[in-house]
Ligand binder design. Structure first.
Ligand code: GCU
Length: 386
């Protein structure tokens, strides 16, 4: 205990499993009035909305649902992109609210001559814009568009800076201009909430694009983008599937373990990511009415795939797997996820045959071809065949 307190006071991250404190997770299947959830109906009508509200009020902030209008225009279309394998669309999505306007730039590739509307992978791009180059002069494994097109899926991306620049000061210069009350509210959304909000607006667009099967949209994010992907999928049940890569603290990893990154550290270095209320839980994890397994559970029964990288201890691979395992009691209400093993699989052994998929890839914190290759296998099972 002394070691942990010392570690917290000096801000040194703990990487020693023996120093993980004893903790009790909030029971995902017990309502705030202490009612045990035994079936889907109670989960969907009572407990799930409760959990979403707890995350809104204490962690990510509210998700504004209302806006005056959403329009879109195709800025550029190339029906013979990727040497004829795909159609490129560069779409400008505009959201107007209270006479203020927000532009989201979407890059979308759709396979040529599909048999009908196709499922799509949507990446929340939190890295360089060159990763999603529409011209394909720059290619990167962070968004391997050719590989996804060759597998028969559409692939799309938007950049987080359209919604909220990833900066402690300028994060307000995006969607928060449309909802200024969010900036001052203790439970107002900030950058991560804004990115998730943007993903839902792209889904609004997909519902109007006849080449896309909007019932089969997989949301993908890496790290801070992976936190936003989970929040988007939890908040917006239209997302059919979620891939959260190396999302770590306030993503897929359990906060109470205080292994690697902590709530205090994330709130200090990235004060613009989460609701103001979240700061109450700096060095105070046990008081949080949620832990991250409840966020994963809120995605049930939709297939969810979570990853780690073996050298990325900052994102707590063990705590991530435990989080997934603890979400499985909710998937079990739908008779899903029961085949998730009790212990984390070996490195480079993806679990594909469960609605709760997982791998711990060998290597560093990143989104790589290995990760995407596993995503495609998982999607082939749960998205393509349906
Ligand atoms: C930092 C941050 C993490 C985040 C990561 C990333 O390391 O502490 O929470 O996930 O950046 O986005 O790559």
């Amino acid at each position: 205990v002394l070691n942990r307190l010392q570690a917290q006071n000096t801000g040194e991250p703990n990487y020693d499993e023996s120093k993980v404190p004893a903790y009790t997770l909030p029971n995902v299947l017990k309502t705030v009035t202490n009612r045990q959830v035994r079936n889907k109906a109670t989960w969907e009508q009572l407990r799930r909305p409760e959990i979403i509200k707890l995350f809104e009020d204490n962690v990510y902030g509210q998700m504004p649902k209302a806006f005056d209008r959403l329009t879109y225009s195709i800025k550029r279309e190339n029906i013979s992109a990727m040497a004829g394998k795909a159609t490129l669309k560069e779409v400008l999505i505009e959201v107007v609210h209270d006479q203020k306007r927000l532009a989201i730039n979407l890059v979308l590739f759709v396979p040529t001559k599909p048999k009908g509307p196709v499922p799509v992978f949507l990446l929340i791009n939190n890295r360089g814009k060159e990763n999603t180059d529409p011209i394909r002069a720059h290619k990167s494994d962070f968004w391997p568009a050719e590989m996804v097109i060759d597998s028969g899926y559409a692939i799309a991306a938007f950049h987080v800076s359209d919604l909220a620049p990833d900066d402690t000061v300028s994060y307000v210069n995006g969607v928060l201009r449309l909802y200024p009350e969010q900036v001052t509210a203790p439970n107002g959304m900030r950058a991560i909430g804004a990115w998730a909000w943007g993903a839902s607006r792209v889904l609004d667009y997909f519902e109007k694009d006849p080449s896309i099967d909007a019932k089969k949209v997989a949301i993908v994010g890496h790290s801070r983008g992976g936190k936003a992907a989970l929040w988007a999928a939890a908040e917006d049940q239209r997302f059919a599937m979620c891939f959260s890569n190396c999302s770590g603290n306030t993503g897929a990893a359990l906060s109470r373990r205080r292994f690697g990154e902590t709530i205090r550290r994330i709130n200090t270095v990235f004060p613009h990511w989460f609701a103001k209320n979240y700061k109450k839980f700096n060095n105070n994890e046990d008081l949080l009415p949620v832990d991250q397994h409840m966020l994963l559970a809120a995605i049930a029964p939709r297939p969810l795939y979570v990853t780690n990288a073996s050298k990325d201890l900052w994102a707590d691979p063990t705590g991530t797997y435990l989080s997934l395992k603890n979400a499985s009691s909710v998937y079990a209400l739908y008779k899903l996820g029961s085949n998730l093993p009790a212990n984390p699989p070996a490195i480079n052994q993806p679990i594909i045959n469960s609605s709760l998929g997982y791998h711990n890839r060998e290597g560093e914190h990143n989104l790589t071809a290995y990760d995407w290759n596993s995503f495609l296998k998982f999607a082939d099972v749960y998205l393509k065949s349906r």
